[in-house]
Structure formats: structure tokens, C-alpha cells
Design a protein around this ligand. Structure first.
Ligand SMILES: CC(C)(COP(=O)(O)OP(=O)(O)OC[C@H]1O[C@@H](n2cnc3c(N)ncnc32)[C@H](O)[C@@H]1OP(=O)(O)O)[C@@H](O)C(=O)NCCC(=O)NCCS
Length: 380
């Protein structure tokens, strides 16, 4: 049986739903820029903390502003003991389910909760960005039967996350690679989770509710869940598989009309500009570790997808091998996406509050003909 076609007006494809000064996206030319700054410049020269400032204030920070932001993030990273207890209390299971609960739980320990002033909301945005990394790392440790690790205020956001997850100070190369991954994932205009967050904020609900909505939307395999699906696919093919087997598996998926995770995009008609950097990092980290097979397999898959369908890799494809080489377990890939995207979600939510209008579209009705005759229960 073939799947029913989606309704004629599904997907809001090409619909411009709001104005925003945060992210510029040109899918035809493959351009992504945050507040006017090209993603390639940011990936090469900026840090995640500078990008957070850029998204929240729409300009890069001065040295003093960056120092202030780094201190605010460092001061907010440690989790209150009740939160760590909650992390331990959650049953084992899907990490995104845990993150959805924990993002919501953070509201109960936020001293600015309930204060709708722009200053309080900004402090919450910074705090949430600092803490989402901490809860993901703590959950990852506890799920692996280990004790959570305290943050180190002398380290940046990327290095801190790797320290809190692995228990070891990362090398400069690993910390920088993860920093770039955070930069690349920080925002992407009105993607599904950001739209969900903005819709929630537009009812004048609080930031934690908006971020929890974002986490829920990100969980799906058509959005943030794709990076984990890529790694599972690579693992199923097997690190020791030869090129013929790699090609066979992909051609077989295409013949069965199964979507190959990590390929295709609603907006880009060129290569996803983020994939360019992740491909390079996957290769470099693989070469340093003497473990290049995931990268080589990924290149093969990319070639088959180009040859068969002219479809390009998206941000998720090379994130998978990059994260694996950074020691991040596959079940944390999608939560790690959220660790970065929370900067974009909060930037959009603050922008929404600053000039709010309830988001409430209409639907084209295609249900049973109106009016129907009401038959009382006894007569049905
Ligand atoms: C991202 C995605 C949801 C975009 O979907 P969309 O804009 O609705 O595009 P469509 O699904 O309509 O795809 C258009 C065509 O390309 C094909 N296609 C798109 N992505 C594909 C993929 N990953 N593998 C195989 N074929 C794909 C579709 O089958 C369709 O072909 P058809 O016209 O012959 O039916 C889709 O590409 C996808 O599911 N990708 C895999 C999941 C993924 O990596 N998500 C992360 C995105 S950052």
C-alpha cells in the first residue's frame, strides 16, 4: 500500500511567516549568515560564545562584552542539586525525552522565572544556553553509570561540554572542532523547532515553555533526529564494510524509496554550507585518530546520492562521524544539536517578545460536508 499524499496545503513550503533579523538563508546560492555574518567566516574565526552574542544582539561583541558573557555562562553552568537528583531519577530511555523534561524542569530553578522584563528574559536566555549543555552531559554520564562532572569556569562552552561528558579535558583540536559544530548548528531561520518555539512565545508563554516546545520538535527524525539515524545507518553497514557493500545498501534504500538520513533539505538547492565544514572536520579528526573509515564510507554514500538522485548532504550527515570521533555517544547526538540550537531558539523568542503578535494561521477545511444532521446517540 502506498502512503496517502499529504494534503494540498501541507508543510508551509515557501511561506514567509514572519520578519526576522537573526538568520539570512539563501537556498538557491547556499548562503547561511547570522545577523549578516557569513557562516564560513564564523566557522573559521569566531567562537560559540561570540555567535551567541551575535544572535541575541545582532552584532559581534567587543572584548569586554565577550568577557562579561563568558562569565555569565560560566556562572550559570553548575546545576542545582535537585536537578542532578532529577537527572538520576529519570528512567533509562530516549535522551531527547529526558532533555524535554529537564529543559522544562530548569524553569523551577530559574531566579528570573515569572519576570517578563526584557532584562530578566535575556538573563534566562543566557542561563538556559549555559545549562542545557550541563543537563545533557549530566544525563549522558548518569545513563552510562557514571557520576556527573562539575564544569570548569576556565574553559569555554565547547570544551566544558566535552569535559562534563567525558570526564577528561579535551585536546585543543577536539575543543575547537566541537566549538565549530556548535557554531554551525546555532541557528537556521524558521526551521521546525524554532518555529515551534516562536509560536509558543507568541502566546506570551515563558522561555522555558518555548524551549521545551523546540526540543519536542527537534526530536523528530525529519529534523534533529537525522544525525543519530545517520550514525545508526553507518554502524549497520559496518566500519569494515567494503565500498561495494556501502553502495549496495544505499542503492537498495533508494530503490525501496527509503529516505537516506543526512540528505536533502527543504531550503537548500546547493550543498548545505554547514556540511562543508563538518566534512572537513570528519576527515581531520579521523586522520588524527587513525580512524578514517567512517569518513571514507560517508564520501562513498555522498557520491552515490549525487549520482542517483542529485541530492546533497545536509548538516546532519558529517555531524554523525564528527561526533563519534569526539567521543559523543550516538544517543546524545540530537540532544547535542539542542545544546547549540538553544542559542537560536532563545534569540528568536526574544525577538518575538520584542515585537509580538499571536501566531494563528488558518486551515483550508476539507472535512465532512457542512452542515451534517445531528443524530442523537440513541439513534446512531
Ligand atoms: C529534509 C527533508 C525532510 C526535506 O523534505 P522535503 O522538503 O519535504 O523534500 P521531499 O521529501 O519532498 O523530497 C523531494 C524529493 O527528493 C527525494 N529525497 C529527499 N530527501 C531524500 C533522502 N534523504 N533520500 C532519498 N530521497 C530523498 C524525495 O523522495 C523526493 O523525491 P520524489 O519527488 O521523487 O518523491 C527530506 O530531504 C528528508 O527526509 N531527509 C532525510 C532526513 C534528514 O536528513 N533530515 C535533516 C534535515 S536538516
Amino acid at each position: 500500500m502506498t502512503a496517502p499524499a499529504p494534503p494540498a496545503r501541507a508543510g508551509l513550503e515557501g511561506v514567509v511567516a514572519t520578519s526576522s533579523g537573526i538568520c539570512y538563508l539563501d537556498g538557491e546560492r547556499g548562503v547561511l549568515a547570522y545577523a549578516g555574518h557569513d557562516i564560513h567566516d564564523l566557522a573559521e574565526h569566531a567562537t560559540f560564545e561570540e555567535v551567541c552574542h551575535l544572535l541575541w544582539h545582532k552584532r559581534l561583541p567587543t572584548r569586554t562584552e565577550l568577557g562579561d558573557l563568558q562569565s555569565q555562562l560560566a556562572g550559570a553552568r553548575a546545576l542545582d542539586e535537585p536537578l542532578l537528583r532529577l537527572v538520576r531519577l529519570l528512567p533509562p530511555g530516549d535522551a531527547m525525552d529526558a532533555l524535554r523534561t529537564l529543559a522544562s524542569a530548569l524553569a523551577h530553578y530559574d531566579p528570573d522565572a515569572g519576570d517578563a522584563s526584557p532584562q530578566a528574559r535575556y538573563r534566562t536566555a543566557v542561563r538556559l544556553t549555559a545549562q542545557l549543555g550541563s543537563v545533557v552531559a549530566a544525563w549522558g554520564r548518569v545513563a552510562a553509570g557514571r557520576r556527573p562532572v562539575d564544569p570548569d569556569p576556565t574553559l569555554g562552552h565547547a570544551a566544558n561540554f566535552l569535559l562534563m561528558l567525558t570526564g577528561e579535558r579535551p585536546t585543543a583540536v577536539a575543543a575547537r572542532a566541537f566549538d565549530i559544530a556548535l557554531i554551525l548548528h546555532a541557528d537556521h531561520e524558521l526551521n521546525a523547532s524554532t518555529f515551534a518555539a516562536r509560536v509558543t512565545a507568541a502566546t506570551l508563554s515563558d522561555i522555558h515553555s518555548a524551549v521545551a516546545a523546540g526540543v519536542g520538535a527537534l526530536k523528530g527524525p525529519l529534523h534533529g533526529g537525522a544525525n543519530a539515524a545517520v550514525m545508526k545507518m553507518l554502524q549497520e553497514i559496518g566500519e569494515d564494510a567494503d565500498d561495494q557493500r556501502v553502495e549496495r545498501v544505499i542503492r537498495d534504500m533508494l530503490a525501496r524509496k527509503v529516505k537516506v538520513p543526512g540528505f536533502g533539505h527543504r531550503v537548500y538547492r546547493t550543498e548545505d554550507p554547514r556540511a562543508t565544514h563538518l566534512r572537513r572536520m570528519s576527515r581531520e579528526l579521523g586522520e588524527r585518530a587513525g580512524r578514517t573509515r567512517w569518513y571514507e564510507m560517508s564520501r562513498r554514500i555522498e557520491a552515490v546520492m549525487r549520482e542517483e538522485r542529485q541530492i546533497n548532504a545536509n548538516v546532519d550527515f558529517y555531524s554523525a562521524s564528527t561526533y563519534t570521533l569526539l567521543g559523543i555517544p550516538v544517543e546524545l547526538f540530537t540532544p547535542v544539536f539542542a545544546v547549540s540550537r538553544v542559542a537560536g531558539w532563545t534569540a528568536h523568542v526574544l525577538e518575538q517578545y520584542a515585537n509580538n503578535r499571536l501566531i494563528r494561521p488558518r486551515a483550508e477545511y476539507d472535512g465532512p460536508r457542512y452542515p451534517q444532521t445531528f443524530v442523537p446517540l440513541a439513534g446512531r
